[in-house]
Unconditional design. Structure first.
Length: 273
């Protein structure tokens, strides 16, 4: 799934008009030092090849897309279609991944579409200085996601027990005890999350704390007390993974979920300049 765009003022959907061609140029990412050969094995939308649009030392990773799917009216419909959105996000991410394996890469927002390659060159010229700084920051690094979750309390694990309370008063007593235990568990988990975050910051070039994810979407159980991203140099990735594993052993009272590395979506942002 795609993350923040490196270009918050990227253009919106390309409008459809009888005066325009039937296709547009879709931009996946901007890189530096990327070669066309690096993308030979990857296909874009409608099985179109990925190609490069160079300008002032930068290269945009693009492919040709039909306006019937990516024009303004079509996108308005398609973005309401979860299956279409999921397929599009996967293809977008595959383009970003292919570039980031070989060169510093700043991912674009999903559905960043231009009328033409020339329009992309003009925009790269406008963004060249800031994008250069972004690519300097993420060069040689990958992004790691680490989440810390409070484990369900014993009362919560027994919530489905057939042992029902004998009275309303007993039910209220149990409920109060469960709520107090939940508060204690969450408070301890929050303390651990702070310790974990401080230690992981020391093993990364940069870090960002993100909003907790809705468990209905993430599939995680327990309160999410830390949702953070870490920018980790590639040559320190093994040490970072070992540190996460060590912290998980030290703190069995919480669940620590770590994933990565992947393209630095959370750090290829102009807002940090």
């Amino acid at each position: 799934m795609t993350g923040p765009t490196a270009l918050p003022d990227a253009p919106g959907p390309v409008g459809e008009s009888d005066d325009l061609p039937a296709t547009a140029t879709y931009m996946y990412a901007v890189s530096r030092g990327l070669r066309a050969a690096d993308l030979e094995e990857v296909r874009g939308f409608d099985d179109q090849p990925l190609r490069l649009v160079p300008h002032e030392g930068l290269v945009a990773v693009v492919s040709t897309v039909p306006l019937s799917s990516f024009g303004e009216d079509a996108l308005r419909r398609n973005l309401e279609d979860f299956d279409w959105l999921a397929r599009t996000a996967r293809l977008h991410d595959s383009g970003v991944q292919a570039a980031s394996v070989s060169a510093p890469t700043a991912p674009m927002r999903l559905a960043t579409v231009f009328h033409s390659d020339d329009a992309i060159r003009r925009r790269l010229g406008e963004w060249s200085t800031d994008l250069g700084r972004v690519l300097d920051r993420v060069a040689g690094c990958g992004e790691w996601s680490v989440k810390v979750l409070a484990r369900p309390s014993s009362d919560e694990r027994l919530a489905g027990s057939p042992d029902r309370p004998a009275s309303g008063a007993e039910y209220l007593r149990r409920k109060k005890a469960q709520n107090l235990q939940r508060l204690e568990v969450d408070a301890r988990a929050t303390e651990v999350a702070h310790l974990v975050h401080e230690q992981l910051k020391g093993g990364s070039r940069a870090s960002r704390q993100l909003p907790a994810q809705d468990p209905r979407l993430s599939g995680h159980q327990g309160a999410m007390v830390l949702n953070a991203a870490y920018l980790v140099p590639d040559d320190a990735a093994a040490d970072f993974a070992a540190l996460v594993a060590s912290l998980a052993e030290q703190h069995p009272e919480v669940s620590i979920d770590s994933r990565g590395p992947w393209p630095p979506y959370s750090f290829a942002t102009l807002e940090e300049q």
